[in-house]
Structure formats: structure tokens, C-alpha cells
Design a protein around this ligand. Structure first.
Ligand SMILES: [Fe+2]
Length: 196
């Protein structure tokens, strides 16, 4: 059976930036729904991270739905791990790479925020690395995952309306800016450190 990660903190942990009710609904209703859908579509056949690369092993008629729901699980797993009650900054090799690529963390953060504001419709902004360790900031639509493009996702912000609408309504830009008070780069730093 495919599963979602346990939420790494209590529902209230992201207050006042993301309210308790939003986190509760987002995790229990939205995130888990992708898990239920994927388990209805297919029995466990391979680790979820391999689904985007081995999608041709599934029946043609189911591939679109399987990719969509697997992406919904993976993207939300990473989103929860990209946030924390107490924010953390990039460390080690990832910090060095951010400084080499963007000059400093603040420039990187501003690039990321600008990218998020440019996303049209539902989707995510990701910090990704290619297989050579080159990092970039990209947008993906709906539940697409960078794994489909041979990129490794390190950090992400969910930009679907369900991520912010209860508290921010139409003020998506305020969510995009405020969330940086709760961002966690420990997870991203660990992935990058283990790869390069
Ligand atoms: Fe979401």
C-alpha cells in the first residue's frame, strides 16, 4: 500500500502564517485523498519515487491518473518537510551551491518568491537539482513532479488555493511572502549532502 508521511509537527505548528484548520484539512483531506486514489488505481508495485520513471509499466488507460495521484503524494510529502515551526536555513553543500548560483540566500529567496508569483493556476514552485548537482528554481503545474524530468526535488511550496485560501483568500502574494517565516531547509540540505 502507498502511504503519505506522518505530518512532522502538530497542525498548529505553522501558526500564524498557516492556520491550524488549513493544515488539518490540507493534510487529512487533500493529501490523503491522493493516497486513497492511488491505492484504488494500483496495488503496490514499486517505490513511489520510481512511478514517474517507470510509468510505462502500468496500463495505458491508467497512466495519467496514476502519475497525477503519485505526484500528489510526493509533492505534499516534500511540502510538509519544507516547512517547520522554527525556520531553518540551508547548510553545508547546499548552502555553498546556493551562494555559488545566486550570490547569497536572500537572492535565492527573492528568485523563488518571484517564480512563485509567476505561476499561473495550480501547482508548485520547486528547488531542484540535476544529476550533476546544478540547482534551479522551477514551476510545475498541478501535480507534476520534477522526477518526470530527471530532476530531484529538494524543497517546494504548494501554490494550490487549498494551501492558503481559508486565511488569505485571494491574497496569494501574501501567502507566498509570509511562508518564508516557516521554511525548513534541513530536509533539502540533507538530500543534497547525501547526493553530492
Ligand atoms: Fe496541496
Amino acid at each position: 500500500m502507498y502511504n503519505v508521511i506522518n505530518l512532522p509537527y502538530p497542525y498548529y505548528a505553522l501558526e500564524p502564517i498557516i492556520d491550524e484548520k488549513t493544515v488539518n484539512i490540507h493534510y487529512n483531506k487533500h493529501h490523503k485523498k491522493y493516497m486513497e486514489n492511488l491505492n484504488k488505481l494500483t496495488n503496490y508495485k514499486m517505490p513511489i519515487e520510481e512511478i514517474p520513471k517507470r510509468i510505462e509499466e502500468f496500463p495505458l488507460k491508467d497512466r495519467g491518473k496514476i502519475l497525477y495521484n503519485a505526484g500528489g503524494i510526493l509533492n505534499h510529502n516534500l511540502y510538509w518537510q519544507s516547512l517547520n515551526q522554527n525556520p531553518t536555513l540551508p547548510k553545508g553543500k547546499l548552502l555553498n551551491k546556493i551562494n555559488d548560483t545566486y550570490g547569497n540566500f536572500n537572492n535565492f529567496k527573492n528568485s523563488f518568491i518571484e517564480k512563485s508569483k509567476n505561476l499561473v493556476g495550480s501547482g508548485y514552485t520547486f528547488l531542484v537539482t540535476d544529476n550533476d548537482g546544478n540547482i534551479s528554481v522551477i514551476n510545475m503545474a498541478n501535480q507534476e513532479t520534477p522526477l518526470s524530468y530527471d530532476l530531484i526535488p529538494l524543497f517546494t511550496i504548494d501554490l494550490w488555493e487549498h494551501a492558503y485560501y481559508l486565511k488569505y483568500q485571494n491574497n496569494k502574494d501574501a501567502y507566498i511572502e509570509n511562508i518564508w517565516n516557516k521554511t525548513n531547509f534541513d530536509h533539502a540540505s540533507q538530500i543534497y549532502e547525501s547526493l553530492f
